[in-house]
Design a protein around this ligand. Sequence first.
Ligand SMILES: Nc1ncnc2c1ncn2[C@@H]1O[C@H](COP(=O)(O)OP(=O)(O)OP(=O)(O)O)[C@@H](O)[C@H]1O
Ligand SMILES: O=P(O)(O)OC[C@H]1O[C@H](OP(=O)(O)OP(=O)(O)O)[C@H](O)[C@@H]1O
Ligand SMILES: [Mg+2]
Length: 402
Amino acid sequence: MSLLLPTNLLQCRSSSLLLLSQSPSTTAFSAIAPRRICLRLVTSCVAYDQSSAVNGSAPKAVVVERDQIRLGLVSKGRMATNSLNLLKDCQLFVKQVNPRQYVAQIPQLPNTKVCFQRPKDIVTKLLSGDLDLGIVGLDKLREYGQENEDLIIVHEALNFGGYHLSIAIPNYGIFENIKSLKELAQMPQWSEERPLRVATGFTYLGPKFMKENGIKHVTFSTASGALEAAPAMGIADVVLDLVSSGTTLKENNLKEIEGGVVLQCKAVLVASRRALTKRKEALHTVQEILERLEAHLKADSQFTVVANFRGSSAEEVADRVLSQPSLSGWQGPTISPVYCRRGGKISVDYYAIVICVPKKTLYDSVKQLRAVGGSGVLVSPLTYIFDEDTPRWGQFLRNLGI
Ligand SMILES: Nc1ncnc2c1ncn2[C@@H]1O[C@H](COP(=O)(O)OP(=O)(O)OP(=O)(O)O)[C@@H](O)[C@H]1O
Ligand SMILES: O=P(O)(O)OC[C@H]1O[C@H](OP(=O)(O)OP(=O)(O)O)[C@H](O)[C@@H]1O
Ligand SMILES: [Mg+2]
C-alpha cells in the first residue's frame, strides 16, 4: 500500500507504509488517475512557445516595437537568488521591493526592464519576442529552446548552477550490478511490449538522448517534481533528472551510471538573436552587461598579492619573481620602489611587487614569493578586472554574424 504526501508536508516515516512524497498537484492527480501512467513521447515535438502551444505551429520570434530592453530573470528559488546576487556583484542593482513584484528596474541600465518569470517561460518568451535577454539554466534552455537558432548564448559559464542532467537507476533488484548505459540498454528485460520506463521532466532532451544512444525500447512518464520517487513507486524503472550534490539520489537508493550524463549545466546569459540584430540599444545593453560580468567573474577567481623585496633594482627583483612559475601574474609584476630616509638621505632598500594570482594557487604563490626573498605578503580580494577588450564580446559578435 502506498500513501502519497506533498513533499513539503513529509515529516515522518512509517514502517508499515511506504511513504512517497510528491508535489501537491501530482498527489491530487495520482489519487484520481489509474495507478500507472506512461506517456510515449516522440523526439520531434516542437518548441513550447506561446504561439505553438495555441496552434501547434513552429516557434516564431517577433520583434515587437517597444522602447525598453527586457531581461528575464527566474522568479523564485535558488536560480532567482543567485541571478540577483550575480547582478549585484556587477554593480547592477535590481530594484525589487517585494519578491512578488514581477517587473523591476535596474537604475544602472535605465533602458532595461527586468521581468521575473518561471525558467521555462523565460525561454519561450525569448522565442516569442517578449523578452530580449535572460538568465536561465542550460538545462531549461536546451529543453525548451531545443535547437532554435534564434537563441544565442552570450555567457555560457556564470558562476553558479554547477549541476548535470543524468540518468539514475536503482541500486537494488535487477539493477544492482548495472554500471553503465550500455549495460542498461542490453538488459534482456526491455522489449517492445515491456519497454524501459523513464520518469523525467525533460521530455525533449530525454527521448533525444535515448535515441542518440540507440536505446529503442523506452517510454517516458512525467511529473512536476520529486521524480526520484518513481522507481520506488513502481511508476518507472529509472529517472532522468538534475543532479547537484547527489543527496536526492542517495536518499532514494538510486545511482548514476557511466555514459548516463545527458548535459553538464551552468547558468547562462542568453539573448534573442532577432532582438539583437534589429535593436541597436539591445546590443549596447548586452555589451555593458557582458563587460560587467567578465570584469567581475575574472576578478572573482583571483587575489591581489603585495610583497616586499630587498633588491638592488626593480629589474633585478623582477628577474627573481619571474623565475617562479606561479608568480607571473595576470600581467606583471608591477614593481614600485619603497623609499625611506637613512641618515638624512632618501634611499631605496625595498621594492613592493603587486601581482594577481589565482585563488586556487595562492599558497603555492606565497611559498614561491618567500623562496625568492619576498616578505610581508599582503593578500586582498580583487573586485573587477576590466581588460582591454572582452574576448567573449568579439566571439558573440561573430556568432551574431556582425
Ligand atoms: N544545483 C542545482 N540543482 C538543480 N537545479 C539547479 C541547480 N542550480 C540551478 N538550477 C536550476 O534551477 C532549475 C529548477 O528550478 P525550479 O525547481 O524552480 O524550476 P521548475 O520546478 O522547473 O519550475 P517551476 O517552478 O515552473 O515548476 C533547474 O532547471 C536548473 O536550471
Ligand atoms: O543532487 P541534489 O543536490 O540532491 O539536487 C537534485 C535535486 O534538485 C532538484 O529538485 P528540486 O529541489 O528543484 O525539487 P523538485 O524536483 O521537486 O522540483 C532536482 O530535480 C533533483 O531532484
Ligand atoms: Mg524543481
